[in-house]
Design a protein around this ligand. Structure first.
Ligand SMILES: *[C@@H]1O[C@H](CO)[C@@H](O)[C@H](O)[C@H]1NC(C)=O
Ligand SMILES: *[C@@H]1O[C@H](CO)[C@@H](O)[C@H](O)[C@H]1NC(C)=O
Ligand SMILES: *[C@@H]1O[C@H](CO)[C@@H](O)[C@H](O)[C@H]1NC(C)=O
Length: 347
C-alpha cells in the first residue's frame, strides 16, 4: 500500500569518550532495594521490561530482582535481537564507557524503543561523566530516563531537554534527584510540559506539486503544497515554526537494513539534519519499526465507500414499461386518486 507520510526523528550514532574506572564495592542492599522498588512502581504498565546486562560478571542485582518477581523481565545482552518490543529497559553497566559501547549495539536492534522508560545503573559513575551520558541519550532522543549511581546511596539523575523551551535539542543542566530511597519525586513525569511551543522544526521537502512546492520554482499562484499546508494546520495552533529546505530527492527510496542502518534521503532524520520529511514510501515493516510517521490524506484507512448494486441488463423496449412497474407507481397513483376524492384532499 502506498501512502503519503510525514516522517519524524529517531536514531543517531553513539559517540562516547573512553572513560575507564575501577570496580566498586560489594553489598549494595539499598541499591537493590531502590531498583526493585523503582521497577515495581514505574515499569508495571505496558509489555515486558528488558534487562540489558552490560556487566555480566555481577548477578547480585539479578538475584535481587528475581526474588521480588513483580515484573516480567527479559534478560538480554546488548547485541541480542529478540522479536519482542519493550516498554521499559533496565540497563546495568560497570562504567560509562561500557554503557556507551553497549548502547551503540542496542540502537541496532529493530525493536529498540527510544520512548520507553529507561533506568540505567552505572556501577562507577563520576560527576563529570554525567554530561557524557546525557549527551549520548539526548542525541538518541531518549527522554524518559533516570541514571543511578551504582553505589549504596543510589543517587539519581535525570534531565529534561523540553524544559526551558529546549525543543528536545538541548538541556540546561542535569537534575540531581538525591538518594533513591529518600526521594518522593515522580521519576518519570511527562516532560513535554511546554510542548514544542516556539520551536522551529526543520522540514526537508521535495519539489513535487501538488504535494510539496518549492516557492522558488513556481512563477505565481500557489506557494505551498498540500502537505506543507497540512503541517501548517498542525503547527500554527501550537506556535511551532517550520523552516523548509528543498533538498529531498524523492526519486531515491530509503532502505533500512536489519541492523537499522539507513540508506537514502530519510537518513537526514537519522543524522539529525531534519526533524520532519514529507514524501511517499511503501509502508513496509522495516520503515514502520524505524520511523514515527503521521499518515496522510491518501491513507486507505480513512475511506468512505458507497456500494451500489449494478443494474441488470434489460432490452431497450422494457425501459418504458419498467417506469410503470406495478409496485410503486400504481400504488402512488391510487393514493392520489383516493386523496383527490376527499373533500379537503389535494386537487
Ligand atoms: C577507546 O579505546 C579503544 C581501545 O583502547 C581505542 O581503540 C579507541 O580508539 C578509543 N576511542 C576513543 C573515542 O578514544
Ligand atoms: C557516585 O558515588 C560515589 C561514591 O559515593 C561518589 O564518589 C561519586 O561522586 C558519585 N557520582 C555521582 C555522579 O554522584
Ligand atoms: C515565543 O516567541 C515569541 C516571538 O519570538 C516571543 O514573543 C515569546 O515570548 C516566546 N514565548 C516563550 C514562552 O518563550
Amino acid at each position: 500500500m502506498l501512502v503519503r507520510v510525514l516522517f519524524a526523528a529517531l536514531f543517531l550514532n553513539c559517540k562516547c569518550a573512553n572513560i575507564t574506572i575501577g570496580r566498586n564495592q560489594r553489598g549494595h542492599q539499598n541499591l537493590i532495594k531502590c531498583i526493585t522498588s523503582t521497577i515495581k512502581e514505574y515499569f508495571t504498565t505496558g509489555s515486558s521490561v528488558a534487562y540489558v546486562d552490560m556487566n555480566p560478571d555481577d548477578d547480585e542485582l539479578l538475584r535481587g530482582l528475581h526474588s521480588t518477581a513483580t515484573v516480567p523481565l527479559v534478560l538480554r545482552l546488548p547485541t541480542a535481537r529478540l522479536p519482542v518490543s519493550n516498554s521499559g529497559y533496565l540497563i546495568t553497566a560497570r562504567t560509562v564507557e561500557a554503557f556507551c559501547n553497549g548502547f551503540k549495539d542496542m540502537l541496532r536492534d529493530f525493536k529498540w524503543n527510544p520512548s520507553a522508560r529507561i533506568l540505567i545503573v552505572i556501577k562507577s559513575l563520576k560527576q563529570f561523566e554525567l554530561k557524557t551520558i546525557f549527551d549520548v541519550l539526548l542525541k538518541q532522543h531518549v527522554i524518559n530516563v533516570v541514571v543511578v549511581n551504582g553505589t549504596d546511596d543510589a543517587l539519581l539523575y535525570t534531565y529534561n531537554p523540553f524544559d526551558h523551551y529546549g525543543c528536545g535539542r538541548n538541556y540546561k543542566h542535569v537534575e540531581a534527584l538525591g538518594p533513591c530511597l529518600q526521594t518522593d519525586t515522580n521519576l518519570f513525569p511527562n516532560k513535554l510540559v511546554t510542548g514544542l511551543r516556539n520551536c522551529t522544526l526543520r522540514a526537508s521537502v521535495p519539489h513535487r506539486p501538488p504535494f510539496a512546492i518549492n516557492p522558488a520554482r513556481v512563477k505565481k499562484g500557489t506557494k505551498m503544497g498540500a502537505e506543507q499546508y497540512a503541517l501548517q494546520l498542525i503547527t500554527e495552533p501550537e506556535e511551532i515554526k517550520v523552516k523548509y529546505t528543498y533538498d529531498f530527492d524523492f526519486e531515491t527510496y530509503t532502505t533500512i537494513t536489519p541492523d537499522s542502518e539507513i540508506d537514502g534521503p530519510l537518513d537526514k532524520l537519522n543524522k539529525g539534519e531534519a526533524d520532519v520529511m514529507f514524501g511517499s514510501a511503501m509502508v513496509v515493516l522495516s520503515r514502520i519499526e524505524a520511523f514515527t510517521f503521521i499518515t496522510g490524506y491518501l491513507d486507505v484507512n480513512d475511506e468512505i465507500l458507497f456500494l451500489v448494486k449494478r443494474s441488470e441488463n434489460v432490452p431497450a423496449w422494457k425501459v418504458l414499461y419498467l417506469v410503470f412497474q406495478p409496485s410503486f407507481s400504481w400504488i402512488s397513483l391510487n393514493i392520489r386518486f383516493l386523496l383527490a376524492d376527499q373533500p379537503n384532499g389535494p386537487k
